[in-house]
Design a binder for this molecule. Structure first.
Ligand code: XMP
Length: 511
């Protein structure tokens, strides 16, 4: 079945993936594709609506991204956001003016009550702006539908031709009632039916995979991460016992995680799961190694070797499952597609496995959709809501040499941190939170005895994409509880510090 779909033309703005996620959240499938898609291709794509995103350029710049004006004659509704709205005005004969200062942040706005785009939205409202240029004159045939103190045409439309422009960003939560505005565009203007749901997706994918995989041998590398877990579970629904999952236990996962993989997937779902216990092997390779990049390299190479040995035992397979997701496939602006994930855990696998084809059942999904599919498939929250975790695992959270003893201390401390964050109801608000064993030992006193142990650091950050991050403002009483529990319950812990650096200049991980 082909879903109705919206085409989002990507002009390179920072919120573009967010626009696509917001459309999908309204149960309408969409693709984010490069702005220079030809008119023939657009016709062929046959969207129910087109959205132009924001972008960093000014319409007057030489070589600024433009659209073929024939796009407005296709009879398909168009919504232009930020740069997209300036482009509509510029292309159709309106005027775009360069302001002397950039407008950034929340802003009061007045919406026209008779615009289909703003139906059900309070006329006096708040929106989120991020622009320098603005539309000073709308093209002939257009009327102004929203104003702010600095934007005389913060919204404008030609309702007859179904062309709409908005200077502000509906997709960010700061635009109050932005969801209703997007809903109005999708359902009132584009007349979407809303056939994109994760339960539909699961049912269709399972059918599709069943056809493709019938009687075939399928292999999947399970890392414990969300993407590979959901991809494997989806494929398992279709391929059943023809699917073999290989889980390499490198001994660098957090407390209880390796056991959980076995209990959820082998015991719970009845998957054919091979667990390769390579803990000693990894530890031996890491002996005496302190340099973080060397550790990463060793772990990456060793992982491939262990997987290769396991896959040799299984023999040639027809399909190799990869947990590639949509953000791995799209690239902002002039989107060239990157097909195979560069994550070291899976990136090198195709070269060592004897397979015919790669199957990527999640390649159309955003991370939040992958999580919903996981829940739909009955996976527990501990798997589906798992925070991002680096491939080299705890090895890069122990400064210097990795030892069995330090791993145990780190696991225990990290477990307490996670437990208290969960109890405080903060798990969903914090992007990543973990403990680190530093390479500095300090003196402590316990009972009457002097102690001398490595400092344990706690790191917790908020972020949307790990590119930038801020340290999480965890309430003092929660930090106090974490600190006192670690000191009391964990061996070799005598001092806890909290990392209060953002990224940049620091990175999220310590190594
Ligand atoms: P940094 O520390 O660079 O981390 O701010 C950004 C994000 O990437 C994760 N990370 C890694 N993931 N292999 C991975 O698979 C690695 O070597 C690695 N190093 C960092 C980190 O946890 C954060 O989410």
């Amino acid at each position: 079945m082909r879903h109705e779909r919206v085409l989002i033309l990507d002009f390179g703005g920072q919120y573009n993936q967010l626009i696509a996620r917001r459309v999908r959240e309204q149960n309408v499938y969409c693709d984010l594709l490069p702005y220079d898609m030809s008119i023939e291709k657009i016709r062929e794509y046959a969207p129910v609506g087109i959205i132009f995103t924001g972008g960093p350029n000014s319409v007057y710049e030489a070589g600024a991204p433009a659209v073929d004006a024939r796009i407005f004659d296709l009879g398909i509704p168009v919504l232009g956001i930020c740069y997209g709205c300036q482009l509509i005005a510029h292309t159709l004969g309106g005027k775009v003016t360069h302001a002397s200062t950039r407008e950034y942040g929340k802003c009061e706005i007045r919406y026209a009550e008779d615009s289909a785009l703003f139906a059900g939205v309070a006329p006096k409202n708040i929106c989120w702006m991020s622009h320098t240029d603005y539309v000073s004159e709308v093209p002939a045939g257009f009327s102004v539908t929203a104003r702010t103190a600095t934007c005389p045409a913060a919204g404008f439309e030609d309702a007859k031709r179904k062309i709409y422009g908005i200077q502000f960003h509906t997709e960010v939560h700061h635009t109050r009632e932005g969801e209703i505005i997007l809903h109005n565009f999708l359902y009132n203007v584009c007349k979407a039916k809303g056939d994109w749901t994760m339960s539909n997706f699961v049912a269709e994918q399972v059918e599709r995979l069943k056809e493709k995989l019938v009687g075939k041998k399928v292999l999947c590398a399970m890392s414990g991460g969300v993407d590979s877990a959901v991809a494997a579970t989806l494929v398992h629904r279709a391929a059943g016992e023809n699917l073999t999952c290989v889980f390499v236990d490198h001994g660098l996962l957090r407390k209880g995680e390796a056991e959980e993989v076995v209990s959820v997937f082998r015991d719970g779902l009845g998957m054919n799961l091979v667990k390769a216990d390579a803990r000693d092997r990894f530890l031996a390779k890491l002996k005496g190694v302190g340099d973080p990049e060397r550790k990463r390299k060793i772990i990456g190479e060793e992982f491939i070797k262990v997987f290769e040995a396991e896959s040799k035992k299984i023999g040639a397979v027809d399909f190799l499952v990869q947990g590639t997701i949509y953000p791995d496939v799209i690239e902002s602006g002039k989107g060239a597609s990157a097909v195979i994930k560069s994550h070291h855990n899976v990136g090198g696998l195709p070269s060592v496995v004897d397979f015919k084809e790669i199957v990527e059942p999640l390649r159309d999904l955003f991370k939040d959709e992958v999580r919903k599919v996981g829940t739909e498939l009955g996976l527990p929250d501990s798997v589906v809501q798992r925070q991002p975790f680096p491939g080299p695992g705890l090895a890069i959270r122990i400064m210097g040499e990795v030892t069995e003893e330090k791993l145990k201390t780190l696991r225990d401390a990290d477990f307490i941190l996670r437990d208290e964050i969960a109890k405080a109801g903060l798990s969903r608000d914090i992007w990543q939170y973990f403990a680190v064993i530093t390479s500095t030992s300090t003196v402590g006193v316990m009972g009457d005895a002097r102690t001398y142990e490595p400092v344990i650091a706690l790191r917790a950050v908020t972020s949307v994409d790990a590119m930038t991050a801020d340290w999480a403002r965890i309430p003092y009483d929660v930090l106090e509880k974490i600190s006192s529990r670690i000191i009391n319950e964990v061996d070799h812990a005598n001092r806890i510090v909290y990392d209060i650096t953002s990224k940049p200049p620091a990175t999220i991980e310590w190594e």
